[in-house]
Ligand binder design. Structure first.
Ligand code: MG
Length: 260
C-alpha cells in the first residue's frame, strides 16, 4: 500500500529534505583528492547530529556507517574506510539518509574528483538528466512505469545501462516504502497510479556495462561486473495538488546534459 501523506507530515518531510540537501552540499564541498571516505563519513555524522537528526543508514540491516561512499566501479552501498582515499580522476557517489520527527529523508549525488575522463563526466551528467526526466513524470494520474521508462530511456539513449537490481521507492515513516520504482522499463506498463500526497525517492543508477551487478564479499558494496564506471543520484520528491516538488533541492554545478 502506498502511504499518502497529510499536509502536516508533508511539512516534516519538506523540512527534513531541505536539511539533508544542505548537508549534502556541505559534504560535496569537502570532496577532493587525498581525503578518505571515512573522513566524509565523520563529517556527515557530525552534520546530521548538529541538525538534531539521526543517521538513517547506520544500523539499517547492520550497515556500519552514516553514508554509503561508492567509488568508480562501485555502484551503491560502499562502506566508508580510512583506507579508501580519493584520487584525481575518481568519481564518488555519496548516498545519505536521516530521520527526524519520525520521518526519513534520503538523497544521493555522484561527484567528480579533480579532473575526470570525458566518459565519467558524461555518465554523471546523464544520470542527473535521467533523474530530471523521471521527476518530470511525477504527475497526478501518471503511473510508476512512466517514471521508470523515462529514466531508463534517458540512460540507454546515451549508450549507458540502467542498473536493474536496485530501484527508487516511496519514503516517509519508513526509509523504503511502496511503490518500488525501477530505473528502466517499457512505456505504458501500468503500475501504481500517482496521487497527491505521495512522497517518492527516485534514484537512477547508470553504468557502462550491460552485465548483472555483483556484491562484494563485504556483503554490501555493489559493483559493476567488468569494473566499468557507475553513477547514482537521488532526490526525494513530493506530489501535491500543485504538482511535483523536489524536497532535496541542491545547486548542481552549471554543466548539464540532455537526454536524447
Ligand atoms: Mg534511496
Amino acid at each position: 500500500m502506498i502511504a499518502v501523506k497529510t499536509s502536516g507530515e508533508m511539512a516534516v518531510l519538506r523540512e527534513n529534505g531541505a536539511t539533508l540537501a544542505a548537508i549534502v552540499q556541505r559534504l560535496r564541498s569537502k570532496i577532493k583528492p587525498g581525503i578518505s571516505t571515512a573522513y566524509l563519513d565523520n563529517i556527515a555524522a557530525e552534520l546530521i547530529r548538529e541538525q538534531g537528526a539521526i543517521a538513517a543508514f547506520k544500523g539499517y540491516r547492520d550497515f556500519p556507517a552514516t553514508i554509503c561512499a561508492s567509488i568508480n566501479e562501485e555502484i551503491v552501498h560502499g562502506i566508508p574506510s580510512t583506507k579508501r582515499v580519493l584520487r584525481d580522476g575518481d568519481i564518488i557517489s555519496i548516498d545519505i539518509g536521516l530521520i527526524r520527527n519520525g520521518f526519513y529523508a534520503d538523497m544521493a549525488i555522484t561527484v567528480p574528483v579533480g579532473e575526470v575522463s570525458l566518459q565519467a563526466r558524461k555518465l554523471i551528467l546523464i544520470t542527473q538528466a535521467a533523474l530530471s526526466r523521471g521527476i518530470n513524470q511525477v504527475k497526478i494520474g501518471n503511473r510508476v512505469s512512466d517514471i521508470s521508462h523515462a529514466i531508463g530511456r534517458c540512460i540507454e539513449g546515451a549508450g549507458f545501462y540502467p542498473v536493474k537490481e536496485y530501484a527508487g521507492h516511496g519514503i516517509g515513516r519508513e526509509l523504503h516504502e511502496d511503490p518500488s520504482i525501477p530505473n528502466y522499463g517499457l512505456p505504458n506498463q501500468g503500475g501504481a497510479m500517482l496521487r497527491a500526497g505521495m512522497v517518492l525517492a527516485l534514484e537512477p543508477m547508470a553504468k557502462t556495462d550491460s552485465l548483472p551487478v555483483r556484491v562484494m564479499p563485504d556483503g554490501w558494496t555493489v559493483v559493476t561486473a567488468t569494473r566499468g564506471l557507475a553513477a547514482h543520484c537521488e532526490h526525494m520528491v513530493a506530489l501535491t495538488e500543485d504538482g511535483v516538488e523536489v524536497l532535496t533541492k541542491i545547486k548542481f554545478p552549471k554543466e548539464t546534459s540532455e537526454c536524447k
